[in-house]
Design a protein around this ligand. Sequence first.
Ligand code: PMP
Length: 459
Amino acid sequence: MQNISEIPKSLLSLIGNTPLVEVTHLDTGPCRLFLKLESANPGGSIKDRPALSMIEAFERSGQLQPGGTLVEATAGNTGLGLALVAAAKGYRLILVIPDKMSREKVFHLKAMGAEVVMTRSDVGKGHPDYYQDRAAKIAAELPGAVFVNQFANPANPRAHETGTAPEIWEQMGRDVDAVVCGVGSAGTLTGISRFFAKASPQTEIILADPAGSILVDVVEGRPPGQPGSWLVEGIGEDFIPEIADFSRVSRGFAITDAQSFAAARELLKKEGILAGSSSGTLLAAALRYCREQSAAKRVVSLVPDSGNKYLSKMFNDFWMTDQGFIERPRQGDLRDLISRRHDEGAAITIGRDDTLNTAYARMKLYDVSQLPVLDGLKVVGIIDESDLLLAVFADRRHFANPVDSAMSHGIQTLSPNAPLSELLSVFDQGHVAVVVEDDRFLGLITRIDLINHLRRKVD
Ligand code: PMP
């Protein structure tokens, strides 16, 4: 039992000392694979440690005074880690964020007390609106402010050299053959490399990199290819971070988004570990490494953040299908374009006797602007936001009226074997396409479904 005097008085003392767990339901070849759950940090990611270490370094050097301001350019886990530490220590935090970042991330950072400055995401390094340059300028002009700059800050890798790595070493009983790691700022990889260089130089350091990032080419000694794009978040770069030290990296694996997402989903299914997308990349690379070995090795990798941030993406079958990562059996007709099929129980519909209030709530819940109205399996109408508005504008009590009273009747339907060009004429009239076969409702096709379909074809 814990003595009450040992209970920490601040969340900050819960940063680090994360658990290690062995993977036992995946094929690890002759090896044993262990994962360090950095997702168990109080801010939810591997970036709590460097956030604390960088802020404490600024305090020690005197650059950061009580009540001072921290400025960083990030929408990711570093922002959350800094927000946690800044709040606990009473600092102001300004985060400069490119405007392409998801609303959830921005809301999360604001909820934690960070001030968010939005900047353009369509400009590159050297432009005054580029998020890094903008953050550096804000920090330079604001009295008492420091630019955290995780890509060049030595206290970032130090957090891992003195925390993450020695914990792994002790938890593994001082016997580790390889560590598989990703690179965002390179804090983790550089710090772990430095610790093992001294403690266990024979321990291999392996890079797991998203396909499209240039880093795998750099560690494999190839001239870097054209940087591509990837959907995995938090790792992979189109430049080499200033703090990166790849001298101890013996191998790199390029992992596609499809492989990363499949690995993260498998990890949840087989081991019950809800891990983020970069964990998928690390796991896919670690498993490849393990299966290639002929000797039994003890391999460690990481879960840098939790999968709860990715529930609407990587863990959402509709998103995975839209992106082309889940292949549905092809029918060769319009059915292939319906993202939420009614026969799979996925379409969002409403009954003709339901109230307008229910229609409104359903539109809000699923973020859709129209609902097909069903009577059994048959579509009898469609209700959209304009129908709803028209019905309730004069009298709000009409929210209690049935959908039947406000829906558009006499809708035009398409059969699954209609040509794609018919979709365009439906969209031209401002409608969505309602696909019906033998009086049975199959699903809706919207403009974005057609765009998704055309994009999948290009890929
Ligand atoms: N995974 C995730 C989800 C991250 O947010 C980060 C940090 N960008 C990393 C991995 C990589 O960590 P590092 O910055 O230490 O290279």
